[in-house]
Design a protein around this ligand. Structure first.
Ligand code: XMP
Length: 510
């Protein structure tokens, strides 16, 4: 393997944004690797990164239990950027002083980059906006440092010791809400670390293929293929890595969109992988009978998925289970921060009594748009790659209340009309779908009274699916969609359009 490109190590001190930092570094064309903050100096010397970034974290440097580091880290001659807690840790370790803020800063805060000669600020607006989230601050800098930025309540919002290549910012340059944050990181990488910018998606493929081969050896791998972007790209990279050891099982749980099952079968049969379609709708729907609580639905579906895979893969004794888990799934299931927003069916490891010997998750560190770029690079059909995401539990998350065949049919037809009309109007949004609510309202059709379901329509604009805005669909298109649905789909009396962003809502309704 080539593996000669330059690496920036992201040292994790417990911050929720470590993957985002790593992703920004990749976006800037530099390979990044996340390691624990406690990684021994010897290991770092072996890796010989061109730079290191110390993440934020929820701690205070004065707590005995908080993660610390050693002075030697800053004496390796490798440029370092400390972010938030990383900045405080740098100051504390090198003999500066960290104190509790008089006024804590949370949210977007006006900041001034005071010293345009600091490499971090090259070509940046000096009066800017940064995302802050801290209750401690650097009150006195270590010897050799100078302050290069401030906010109204934080006199040292950034500091540097250029001689030693040490830089630190109290704010979070990795998030979009810090204006020109990515440019600042770019400056660190190119002006300070002198990066060559030699990382691209080919490197990811090469590394991941090697990693998969090493993990799997000569064992078989069974992939749950949903036909969505994530599992399709996962299939493609697995096929490249281990073409003769891969079986893709498409479990038709009866909660796919209209015609979707057949389309998936068409797209994957005939490739150099073993494709199996299992009709398990009866099994799923009977388990879900009477269940209305969204988290219970997800748990049941997640459990059933694994069971069906196991049954189908019984002939591959001692095989691995592959999953198309991507990074936002991991975040939302609380595996990085401890806060569960919703449990994704494909996150959380294997059930205790499983027969699989391990999990293969090639996309676990990637964000959605990176997964699409990877799919294109692997030669997948554009239609498949640009497909809007569809959750693993399928229409179950869009059928509020009890899930029955009849209610799924109503949803499927309405969703189909909605999607067709948007396409006909030439409108492309990142994700759009219909949701069947469990609320019924009175309506009038012809001369008769109706008492039918309220159907929700959602369309969002997003690049990472972790936040979104609702799409401003023209009223003329909503008119057509609404009247077609109410007229053509029996069981719907009213159509509403969702005008909420994420946060505070999520993309799916559940
Ligand atoms: P939310 O509703 O959490 O959705 O804002 C974010 C993105 O994730 C998709 N989603 C899922 N994808 N398995 C998946 O593979 C799931 O269980 C799941 N739940 C939500 C959702 O459609 C949106 O694109």
């Amino acid at each position: 393997m080539k593996n000669a490109n330059q690496t920036v190590v992201v040292l994790d001190f417990g911050g929720q944004y470590k993957e985002l930092i790593a992703r920004r570094v990749r976006e800037c064309g530099v390979h990044s690797q996340i390691l624990a903050g406690s990684t021994p100096i010897e290991r770092l010397k072996e890796i010989a990164p061109i730079g290191m970034i110390l993440t934020g974290g929820p701690h205070s440097v004065y707590d005995a239990s908080s993660p610390h580091t050693v002075r030697e880290l800053f004496e390796l001659g490798i440029p370092i950027l400390g972010i938030c807690y990383g900045m405080q840790l740098m100051a504390y370790t090198l003999g500066g002083e960290v104190k509790a803020c008089g006024v804590s800063e949370y949210g977007t805060i006006d900041a001034v980059y005071d010293d345009p000669s600091c490499a971090l600020f090259k070509d940046l607006e000096l009066n800017t906006v940064t995302l802050m989230s801290h209750t401690d601050y650097v009150a006195r800098m270590p010897q050799g440092f100078r302050a290069v930025a401030h906010t109204a309540d934080c006199p040292i919002a950034a500091m540097c010791d250029e001689q030693k290549g040490l830089y630190a910012v109290q704010f979070h340059p990795e998030v979009e809400r810090t204006r020109e944050g990515t440019k600042l990181l770019h400056n660190f990488l190119y002006e300070v670390c002198k990066a060559k910018g030699d990382y691209n998606i080919d490197d990811f493929i090469e590394r991941e293929v090697a990693r998969i081969r090493e993990q799997v050896g000569d064992k078989q791998v069974v992939l749950g293929l949903s036909g969505g972007v994530d599992s399709s790209v996962c299939a493609a990279i697995l096929e490249k890595a281990i073409p003769n050891q891969l079986t893709c099982i498409f479990v038709d749980h009866g909660m796919m969109r209209k015609n979707e099952g057949d389309e998936i079968e068409q797209a994957f049969s005939g490739k150099s992988l073993n494709f199996v379609r299992v009709d398990a709708s009866e099994r799923f729907l009977s388990k879900l009978q009477g269940v209305t609580e969204p988290e219970r639905k997800r748990k049941i579906i997640g459990e059933e998925f694994v069971r069906v895979f196991e049954q189908e893969s019984a002939k591959f004794e001692g095989s691995f289970l592959a999953q198309g888990t991507i990074y936002p799934d991991v975040v939302e299931s609380g595996l990085t921060t401890g806060a569960v927003i919703k449990s994704h069916h494909n996150v959380g490891g294997l059930p205790k009594d499983t027969k699989f010997i391990g999990i293969v998750e090639p996309l676990r560190s990637l964000f959605k748009d990176e997964v699409r770029a990877l799919g294109r690079k692997l030669g997948l059909d554009e239609k498949l790659v640009s497909r809007q995401p569809f959750p693993g539990p399928g229409l179950a998350v869009r059928c509020i209340g009890e899930i029955t065949r009849e209610r799924l049919d109503i949803l499927r037809e309405a969703d189909w009309i909605y999607r067709c009309e948007l396409e006909k109007a030439g409108l492309h949004y990142d994700q759009y779908f219909a949701v069947l609510t469990d609320m019924r309202t009175v309506g009038v059709m012809g001369d008769g009274r109706t008492y039918n379901y309220v159907l929700g329509l959602r369309a969002v604009i997003t690049s990472d699916f972790m936040t979104c805005e609702y799409a401003h669909i023209p009223y003329s298109v909503l008119d057509v969609v609404s009247s077609r649905i109410v007229n053509e789909v029996k069981g719907v009396s009213r159509v509403v359009y969702d005008v909420t962003g994420k946060p505070p809502a999520t993309i799916e309704w559940e």
